[in-house]
Design a binder for this molecule. Structure first.
Ligand code: FAD
Length: 455
């Protein structure tokens, strides 16, 4: 029998991971929608990678046509309900709102959520499958890029099969983006919309293991590679395989689909890296009950890649930051469990080939942090073996494409989403992956065109 105290603790942890933002009420949505200036040539549309006609969907909210509003959003962005929650709107649509100059920007993300939540709750049919054109498309990966491509292709009448390695579709939406920002039911609804259009999603099917790339190339008229990126790379330091050293993506995944217990991280946690994934790791650790969570970064605050609002969010959560600090050695106890991390202070030296000042060790500045867990968040690896199994050219695991056609070095294969996301492009985003998925679908349709209209 489970002790009562344990139940209360589990319930508390679950509450910690409940979505933070509260949905707008009808009155709040109407009031906000009526503040919109409905700009001609609206800058918010230009700032949206999926070009959602934002003033148009806001006007529909103001006039009470919520279904029309949801359709406008979802037509432009098949992942529009997720994006209402996860888009860095301050950097995109809301950052471009003309009202920034006089008062405050329209809460576009909240309004988008208001309309798409309505669609989710009312279970209305938004789009229809196109009449079959007899052509078959395979999509590898069911994240935002794969799902967006699938929806559009199905509306054009293609028979679409998605191969997905995980037990559930949705990619990082279901496995990687923290639950308190994106609950899984939202992603599940978007997946359902795609399945309702006749798309066959074969989960638990890892291409390259359960089915070969050659098999897929032989059986389908076109292929879209949308596998995203892999796990967090190795730090390359002693002790990093000890128990208690976590890959940030696997760690967040556990908080989304695993059972929540305080034991996962204990009380003292260091997070290595200073991008948005590091912030996610740190804020999840806080929600699991860690009392001292510090982000370690070998450069300074100025060079960190996390968005400003993410940085502020982490600080509000009580996360500390140790700048110019690099990990040197993970220290374990006799049971093979992490008990500390030896670190060294850094200083910025001459610029490297990328133009950024290179961090250098300050000799003799080593110190030890006593820890219960370490979360690594220093980027993501690439699926080079799979990319090469398809015979595609790539640059360090980033698939080479013609940027206007998303076409790879194999004319039959298109690639989109994180699998084509390269260094120096800022932070990867759901909304960009969604747009690239649409782009790939439109190009394939243009190339294989049959006389069918989009439904
Ligand atoms: P993914 O979402 O990674 O989907 C790829 C899919 O391919 C996965 O389901 C995977 O299982 C599958 N796959 C891989 N290999 C195979 C194979 N061999 N066979 C079959 N299937 C395979 N972006 C935002 O806009 N806002 C955020 O708040 C945000 N938070 C993030 C937090 C974290 C921790 C991370 C890691 C990323 C975050 N991102 C965020 C980025 C965003 O999640 C990605 O840019 C986006 O999911 C990319 O979509 P995708 O479809 O290309 O790839």
């Amino acid at each position: 029998m489970v002790p009562i105290q344990e139940n209360a603790m589990t319930a508390q942890l679950k509450r910690n991971f409940v979505e933070m933002n509260i949905r707008m009420t009808k009155n709040e949505a109407l009031e906000e929608a009526n503040r919109c200036l409905y700009c001609y040539d609206a800058p918010c549309i230009k700032a949206c990678p999926t070009s959602i006609p934002i003033p148009n969907f806001i006007k529909k909210i103001a006039s009470g046509n919520i279904k029309g509003s949801a359709m406008t959003i979802m037509e432009a962005n098949p992942i529009g309900a997720s994006c209402a929650r996860v888009c860095p709107t301050e950097e995109l649509c809301e950052g471009a709102c003309v009202l920034n100059a006089s008062t405050k920007p329209i809460k576009i993300g909240h309004l988008q959520r208001y309309a798409t939540d309505w669609a989710m709750d009312s279970d209305v049919e938004l789009f229809k499958q196109g009449q079959s054109n007899g052509l078959k498309i395979a999509i590898v990966g069911s994240g935002p890029a794969g799902l967006s491509a699938a929806r559009e292709l199905s509306r054009f009448g293609y028979s679409v099969t998605i191969f997905e390695a995980e037990a559930k579709a949705g990619g990082l939406g279901n496995y990687g983006i923290v639950s308190f920002r994106l609950p899984n039911n939202v992603v599940d609804w978007e997946i359902e919309q795609v399945i309702k259009l006749g798309v066959d999603i074969k989960t638990n099917t890892r291409v390259g293991v359960d089915i070969s790339a050659d098999d897929i190339l032989a059986r389908y008229d076109s292929v879209i590679l949308a596998v995203g990126m892999g796990s967090v790379p190795k730090l390359g330091i002693e002790g990093e395989d000890l128990a208690g050293v976590h890959d940030a993506i696997e760690f967040v995944k556990q908080t989304k689909i695993g059972s929540l217990t305080e034991e996962i991280v204990g009380k003292r946690v260091a997070v290595i890296g200073a991008g948005n994934t590091a912030i996610d790791g740190a804020t999840c650790a806080v929600r699991l009950g860690a009392e001292q969570v510090e982000i370690l970064y070998r450069r300074t605050e100025k060079e960190m890649t996390a968005y400003k609002f993410e940085y502020e969010f982490a600080k509000q959560d009580g996360v500390g930051f140790k700048w110019l600090t690099a990990p040197k050695r993970v220290i374990g106890d006799e049971t093979g469990k992490v008990v500390g991390l030896e670190c060294v202070k850094m200083q910025l030296g001459e610029p490297g080939v990328d133009g950024r000042q290179r961090p250098e060790e300050v000799k003799g500045s080593e110190f030890v942090m006593e820890l219960d867990a370490i979360i690594k968040a220093i980027g993501q690896t690439r699926f080079i073996q799979l990319i090469e199994a398809f015979g595609l050219q790539h640059t360090n695991g980033v698939v080479d494409i013609d940027e206007t056609t998303m076409q790879t070095s194999n004319k039959k294969v298109f690639a989109c989403g994180d699998v084509v996301f390269g260094n120096g492009q800022g932070e990867a985003m759901v909304v960009t992956a969604a747009q690239q998925g649409k782009d790939a679908a439109y190009i394939i349709h243009e190339r294989l065109r049959k006389p069918s209209e989009i439904a």
